[in-house]
Design a protein around this ligand. Structure first.
Ligand code: AMP
Ligand code: MN
Ligand code: MN
Length: 325
């Protein structure tokens, strides 16, 4: 039995539930898909009736993951236990549980609002899948080869291939253990992170063509008309913001127009800046180096507001740094 009381509490939640619902966030990334599948398949192996739900479905870059076809867009009542994975607040789950808070919240965002009955939030973990890889055996769940593939994908995606500034030896050890359980790292890395469609590459071109550099603030926009023009099917940025974080700058902002008169904003910062605070100001969340928000309203207005706040944030952090130095 584990020494950490929350592990005992979680094992008990599982023992008392026959029907379990697992949900992750809107526009799911590899950590969201990997966590729902990794924990979902393990609970099924343990004899539970499992529902796995992603309101926006599974993006094509994760169609190779085992069990992904079983993920539904809507939950069907009843369930005994509901679990939120990799989501820092309830709206971010797309209200898949209804308005009731879930029984369990497992996440690694520093902005997590601890919105469930039981909350396991570890902001030092590189991915929700890293928390699962470490703790599932303590909850009596086995990590078989397909489960290892899902969990390793989450770690690869959230660390952008083991290179984000929060990387620890712990995550490398977890990855090594998942490989020992049969996960093929180069293949999962290639399929989940590197491989892109021709349409995605042309979509990047739309954003790259408009790229602006204002004294270390790099920004660009993607419009609905861009997706139509190049035939890109997703509603995300095809990872453009992560690519831009490799371009010399202090801060990157990408504004991505959404269908329902909303704008998805992504911020990326170099170490020393904490853009999760900026995202929180807009009702979003994330990590110090990578954060996002979904902001309702007309595109041009939001673009002006976001850029103004981001310029002010950058100017204030430079003044702070000047004082400190
Ligand atoms: P993204 O820019 O979408 O790649 O997200 C960067 C980080 O911010 C990820 O950890 C996301 O989970 C988080 N994030 C993005 N959008 C939101 C949002 N609307 N609310 C809370 N967290 C978000
Ligand atoms: Mn995520
Ligand atoms: Mn994550």
């Amino acid at each position: 039995m584990s020494a950490d009381p929350i592990d005992r509490q979680i094992a008990e939640l599982f023992a008392n539930a026959g029907r379990i619902l697992l949900v992750s966030h809107l526009r799911p990334d590899g950590d969201a898909v990997g966590a729902v599948l990794g924990l979902g398949l393990a609970l099924r192996d343990a004899g539970k009736h499992v529902q796995m739900v992603l309101v926006d479905g599974v993006p094509s870059s994760f169609h190779h993951l085992p069990g992904n076809k079983e993920i539904r867009r809507k939950a069907e009542a009843p369930w005994d236990l509901s679990i939120s994975l990799d989501a820092s607040d309830l709206p971010r789950t797309g209200w898949a549980f209804g308005t009731e808070p879930p029984g369990l919240n497992i996440d690694h965002h520093v902005t997590n609002l601890n919105f469930a009955e039981v909350n396991l939030v570890d902001p030092t973990a590189e991915a929700t899948c890293a928390i699962l890889a470490e703790r599932m055996p303590r909850w009596g769940l086995s990590i078989t080869k397909p489960i290892a593939e899902c969990l390793l994908t989450g770690i690869i995606i959230d660390t952008i291939g083991f290179r984000t500034s929060n990387m620890t030896p712990r995550a490398l050890r977890q990855a090594a253990e998942l490989m020992e359980r049969g996960a093929n790292l180069p293949e999962l890395y290639r399929l989940g992170l590197v491989s892109k469609s021709y349409e995605a590459a042309r979509y990047w071109g739309c954003g790259l063509g408009r790229l602006q550099n204002e004294d270390g603030l790099l920004w660009t926009v993607l419009r609905l008309s861009d997706r139509q023009a190049v035939g890109y099917n997703g509603n995300d940025d095809a990872d453009l913001v992560n690519m831009l974080s490799g371009v010399e700058s202090d801060l990157v902002v990408l504004l991505n127009e959404q269908k329902d008169s909303k704008v998805k904003v992504s911020w990326r910062a170099k170490p020393g800046l904490d853009v999760s605070k900026l995202a929180l100001q807009f009702g979003g969340g994330g990590h110090p180096a990578a954060a996002g928000a979904d902001i309702p309203g007309p595109f041009d207005e939001i673009q002006a507001r976001v850029l103004a706040e981001t310029r002010a944030f950058l100017a204030a952090s430079r003044t702070e740094k000047g004082k400190a130095g």
